[in-house]
Design a protein around this ligand. Structure first.
Ligand code: SF4
Length: 665
């Protein structure tokens, strides 16, 4: 474990007291942060985290210090965890859910804390390796004209210029580069594409320089994907991405189960194989000659052909499906599996020979061996603790094995290895308890926890609207049409300024077709433009209306008048067709639980709470939350949802909604 000298001077007050002084009414934030208002919830959160970090060590206690904090919108949780983390002097990892939040912490909160709280603070932001330019692949790219055929010359020139000034190689500096840029894929490296110690550019490599900086930093700002990919490597004693750390603070912790599931599992994809084949052909042309070159190219091409044939076995329907069911329906499975396995084995043997004569080919050999191992394990589907599934996309198929339960992995590899672990989010509880969250992550039910209500005045600044009891239930055929008419009336009452959140793409499209002809406001639809562009328009055109699904239920932050009404089409229950979700529900049933109440209802409550959280984003905001689903009152479980919502006054007729919006004019 690495200890970094504490930024608190020797003899200074205890950590909780030092933290309290920052957040007090006359503290550093009140003095230095323009517009800052002291918030009791923020102070309580910072003190609780400080107390957890200051408690006895892992060795003395024998287990990690744990704390879960649900902090409602507007608590100011980012500073509430950063300040105690910095003052603790421990090597702390802060893990967020998105690259945007990482960048925001690095560019906004860290400079402020450095200026006013901890002048010598050494904080480093670490992202996944594909966010950094790979110098080796860049040099290969610019020296091989055939690789540049599909690249935009201007983009290549701009990257060349940028490389003369960048110190980080981080693509976030290339604001003009598209999210799915093929150029970037060609000049960044996945773990399996990196040559590691065999790389001729290792000395200048951005990633290896970043690792050195991370080793010296006190505070590491990472994202959950990077954190769990590192943890997955640690389990097998493989080279780690992050240096050793003492404590971890997870923000947006409600995402941890799904992200950890991804990294604790195995995957094998058509795309990975074709990517390896492409790299093998390029490297063989550049590095090998004669029979070595021919041998590698022939083997690679034969594998590409075989993986295409293997993918053809799978139905064209897109989505995620059970691999075990599919295998049962395909009598020739074993034969087909053996063919692909043989081809992968042949490639490994060829690369083994090549790597004996050309050491830099060890990386390619490792990549091929990893693919072979994953394919054997997934296609055999023998581990009862895993669920096996495949995903069909338009052109590719991937096979995966996911753990049904991640609790044991987390206990063994995370909770027993850190001094302290802190989990926070605006949505961790369901029905005001942490039971679901604790159970899913394998945390003890008695884990210390804190619920901090949002400081926003929901009682006076918002209204919850649910249609009257004669409104059709979602299962009824009449629901879609009735919901669309109701949505129109609500949007008219709000004079546009509405975000409509749907549980399915078909419901969103149906409502869009109807509302386009009924509303005198701009109507924006998810998918018409990238999320950031749509949100810019939604903010700028105050009376516009935005219709969306999935990713817009969270992370949409539109303070002010432009978002005055959130309309939710129905309670967001998932259709339990996803193989991982189905396996988890079956496991709960087999253990004597009730999958609906113990799993589906809590998940729907958390999603609903995320959607609801889009409404009030600043203390001066006011607005209406409308849920077009009478099950909130007609079903017994409706009470659990109502109990989890903010304390907005309830109304069941549109007259009050209209009056609410008229009050502001
Ligand atoms: S060490 Fe890996 S990431 Fe760095 S330049 Fe070389 S190949 Fe690229």
């Amino acid at each position: 474990m690495t200890s970094v000298p504490s930024p608190r001077p020797a003899g200074a007050e205890s950590l909780p007291a030092a933290v309290a002084a920052i957040f007090a009414g006359d503290g550093i934030l009140a003095q230095k942060l323009p517009g800052y208002e002291a918030r009791p919830g923020q102070l309580a959160m910072a003190k609780a985290i400080a107390e957890t970090l200051a408690a006895e060590t892992l060795e003395e206690r024998g287990e990690a210090g744990l704390l879960s904090v649900e902090a409602g919108t507007g608590t100011g949780k980012t500073l509430a965890y950063l300040a105690p983390a910095i003052l603790s002097g421990q090597k702390v990892v802060v893990s967020t859910n998105t690259l945007n939040l990482q960048d925001q912490i690095l560019n906004k909160e860290i400079p402020f804390l450095r200026a006013h709280v901890a002048p010598g603070l050494n904080a480093v932001c670490v992202k996944g390796r594909q966010n950094y330019l790979c110098l080796y692949r860049w040099r290969q790219f610019i020296s091989a004209p055939q690789l540049q055929l599909f690249a935009d010359d201007q983009e290549v020139d701009r990257i060349q210029e940028w490389l003369e000034t960048t110190g980080s190689g981080d693509r976030a500096e290339l604001y003009w580069l598209g999210d799915n840029s093929p150029l970037w894929s060609a000049i960044s490296a996945t773990a399996s594409q990196c040559l590691g110690s065999h790389c001729p550019d290792l000395g200048q490599c951005f990633i290896s320089q970043l690792r050195k900086k991370a080793g010296l930093a006190q505070l590491l700002i990472v994202n959950h994907h990077l954190f769990f990919s590192d943890l997955a490597l640690r389990r097998f004693g493989h080279a780690e991405v992050l240096p050793r750390y003492e404590s971890v603070i997870f923000d947006e912790a409600h995402h941890l189960e799904s992200i950890a599931t991804r990294y604790f599992g195995l995957s094998f994809s058509h795309y990975q194989v074709l990517d390896l084949v492409k790299d093998l052909e390029t490297a063989a042309q550049a590095d090998l000659a004669g029979r070595d070159r021919e041998g590698v190219i022939q083997c690679a091409r034969a594998l590409a052909k075989q993986v295409d044939l293997f993918s053809e076995l799978f139905p064209r329907e897109r989505g995620r499906f059970s691999l075990s069911d599919f295998r049962g329906r395909l009598p020739a499975w074993e034969e087909e599996r053996q063919r692909l396995r043989d081809q992968l084995t042949a490639l490994c043997s060829q690369l083994d020979k090549t790597a004996m004569v050309a050491e830099s080919w060890q990386g390619m050999l490792r990549r091929a061996e990893e693919l072979l191992e994953s394919f054997i394990a997934i296609s055999a589907a023998e581990d009862p603790s895993a669920v096996y599934w495949y995903e069909r996309r338009e052109k590719t198929v991937s096979l995966s094995a996911s753990p049904i339960d991640i609790a044991d992995e987390l206990r063994e590899h995370l909770y027993s290895q850190c001094k302290n672990l802190i989990f926070t989010s605006a949505t961790l509880t369901t029905g005001n308890t942490f039971t679901y969250f604790n159970d899913r992550l394998g945390l003890p039910r008695e884990t210390p926890s804190l619920i901090l209500e949002s400081p926003f005045a929901y009682e006076t600044r918002s209204l919850l609207f649910v249609p009257a009891s004669d409104f059709p239930e979602p299962a009824s055929r009449a629901h879609a049409e009735a919901a669309q008419k109701l949505q129109r009336d609500l949007v008219l009452a709000a004079r546009g300024r509405s975000l409509l959140l749907f549980t399915s793409i078909s419901a969103m499209r149906g409502a869009h077709a109807y509302l386009l002809n009924e509303l005198p406001f701009p109507v924006l639809l998810q998918g018409e433009a990238p999320k950031t562009v749509l949100l810019e328009r939604f903010r700028a055109e105050t009376h516009s209306v935005l219709l969306a699904v999935a990713s817009f239920w969270e992370g949409v932050d539109v303070p002010g008048e432009a978002l005055s009404c959130v309309i939710i089409d129905k309670l967001p229950f998932e259709v339990p067709s996803d193989p991982v979700i189905m396996a988890r529900m079956e496991r709960i049933k087999a253990e004597g639980g009730n999958p609906f109440f113990d799993f589906q209802v809590p998940r729907a409550i958390l999603t609903l709470r995320q959607g609801v959280g889009r409404l009030l984003r600043a203390s001066t905001d006011r607005g209406v939350l409308a849920i077009c689903d009478v099950r909130l009152f007609s079903k017994q479980y409706g009470r659990l949802f109502l109990k989890s919502l903010p304390p907005s006054p309830l109304c069941r007729d549109l007259v009050r909604v209209r009056a609410f919006f008229q009050e502001e004019s």
